[in-house]
Design a protein around this ligand. Structure first.
Ligand SMILES: Cc1cc2nc3c(=O)[nH]c(=O)nc-3n(C[C@H](O)[C@H](O)[C@H](O)COP(=O)(O)OP(=O)(O)OC[C@H]3O[C@@H](n4cnc5c(N)ncnc54)[C@H](O)[C@@H]3O)c2cc1C
Length: 405
């Protein structure tokens, strides 16, 4: 039997690369289109990097985990802190999930390292044709296929046929816009500043991942493997703060000094400002065009759910597309993909990340006290703590999606 047309995957971010590898592993040919070049692919601003156990299991399926582990930090624990009292509220330990997963920890491994390793694996796979420096510009829907339009490295327009088009283009997905799909939700008015600093915060009691509540200036603090080891600390900023002023080296030093309450000169490795959106596409598939990852849903990074849930989309979709293309399932399986993963995006990822932000920025002292007491209660009881971790590590969302027919 002739091979079906390849699946066109647009975007070599973590979601597109995982999708390509998971499809190829199931004997499906893929054309992977990426606008960035080999020369600038690794020049991207720092983003995700806390990889939950559920995602590590999926990375393991495509041989990616073993490449990532040596480049990352194993982080079994995470903390909630109260900045007002400079006190640890609660510590959660993934060791409680030892009977649930082969990976009872989060792997702190930045997005840039994940895509570097996954791109190497994709280029080495005979069923994946990687087209770097190729910008997807649009598509035409045909009865039995999709015609993909792109601009290649030489600036020439080219077209090719694909059985399906999966947009893993990130939040600005052209496919989503061409389909006129609403990106429903909202954008927070303030921006977040991320400061990268070579300083060991463990001296102050912090662990590899920390969520720090404060009615004035909440924060998140994460440890990344170097050399040199770096910590990323995020602070909210006001909507009308001037970007240059925020990024001025002395202003960054002052923020860090105030945060730790010490007089110290920090080695700052970088900083960037980002805007946070909470949005989900109205549909995840229209005929032979499917959305996955940030193209389908975006959310606040508090809780590390964007990349993780996007990778979960990729594997869910790969299994369904492979069965469809091998003639073992009907195309309506893609409607189930939409039902499952849109449910997760709305009911889990959006709901949880909105709650996470509220928890950290809560201003009402009585509500703060109640929230912190509740976190303490859950952390201190192993059964409740395991339940808490099954939710934060995204086991609950996967199990619930599996029950959706
Ligand atoms: C500061 C910050 C911290 C974060 N921390 C976490 C975290 O700890 N954990 C977590 O789970 N998530 C986190 N996230 C979210 C996470 O970064 C994203 O959810 C994730 O990168 C989405 O992956 P993706 O592959 O869908 O899209 P992207 O990573 O955006 O990749 C899209 C790719 O498509 C390419 N592309 C775009 N348009 C075209 C086109 N027209 N033609 C060809 N190629 C194209 C781009 O060049 C890019 O390579 C964070 C986000 C931010 C901003």
């Amino acid at each position: 039997m002739a091979r079906p047309d390849p699946v066109a995957v647009v975007g070599a971010g973590p979601v597109g690369l995982c999708l390509a590898l998971a499809l190829a592993q199931q004997d499906v040919a893929v054309v992977l289109v990426e606008a960035m070049t080999d020369g600038n692919f690794l020049d991207q601003v720092p983003r995700a990097g806390s990889n939950h156990p559920t995602t590590l299991e999926l990375f393991d399926r495509i041989g990616l985990y073993e490449k990532m582990e040596p480049r990352g930090l194993i982080a079994p624990k995470f903390h909630y802190w109260d900045r007002q009292d400079n006190a640890l509220i609660a510590e959660f330990d993934h060791a409680l999930l030892k009977d649930d997963t082969k990976f009872p920890y989060v792997l702190q491994c930045e997005r840039i390292k994940i895509i570097e390793e996954a791109l190497k694996l994709s280029k080495a796979h005979p069923l994946i044709e990687v087209r770097m420096a190729t910008e997807f510009t649009g598509f035409e829907r045909k009865a039995e296929a999709v015609a993909i339009e792109a601009k290649n490295a030489a600036g020439e327009r080219e077209m090719f046929r694909a059985s399906y088009l999966v947009s893993c283009e990130g939040a600005r997905s052209i496919a989503r816009k061409e389909l006129n799909l609403e990106f429903e939700g909202f954008t927070y008015p303030e921006r977040t500043i991320n400061i990268e600093v070579a300083y060991d915060f463990r001296k102050h009691g912090y662990t590899e991942r920390n969520y720090i509540s404060d009615p004035v200036e909440y924060s998140n603090l994460f440890h990344w493997k170097g050399p040199p080891d770096r910590w990323r600390i995020h602070f909210p900023t006001n909507i009308d703060d001037d970007e240059n002023e925020l990024k001025r080296p002395e202003a960054l030093q002052t923020r860090l000094r105030q945060f730790l309450g010490i007089d110290h000169d920090f080695e700052i490795c970088g900083c960037n400002l980002y805007t946070v959106h909470q949005r989900v596409a109205a549909k995840f598939r229209v005929g032979r065009v499917v959305l996955a990852g940030d193209a389908a849903h975006v959310n606040s990074p508090i809780g590390g759910m964007g990349l993780n849930s996007g990778v979960h989309d990729a594997f869910n979709l790969a299994d369904k597309l492979a069965r469809i293309l091998h003639g073992e399932a009907s195309d309506t399986e893609l409607d189930r993909y939409e039902r499952q993963r849109r449910h997760v995006a709305v009911q889990h990822t959006q709901a949880q990340t909105i709650r996470n932000k509220r928890l950290l920025e809560e201003r009402d002292p009585a509500v703060r006290r109640r929230n912190h007491d509740e976190l303490r209660r859950q952390a201190e009881d192993p059964a409740l703590a395991r339940k808490f971790l099954l939710r934060t590590a995204l086991f609950d969302s996967l199990r619930e999606a599996e029950r959706i027919s």
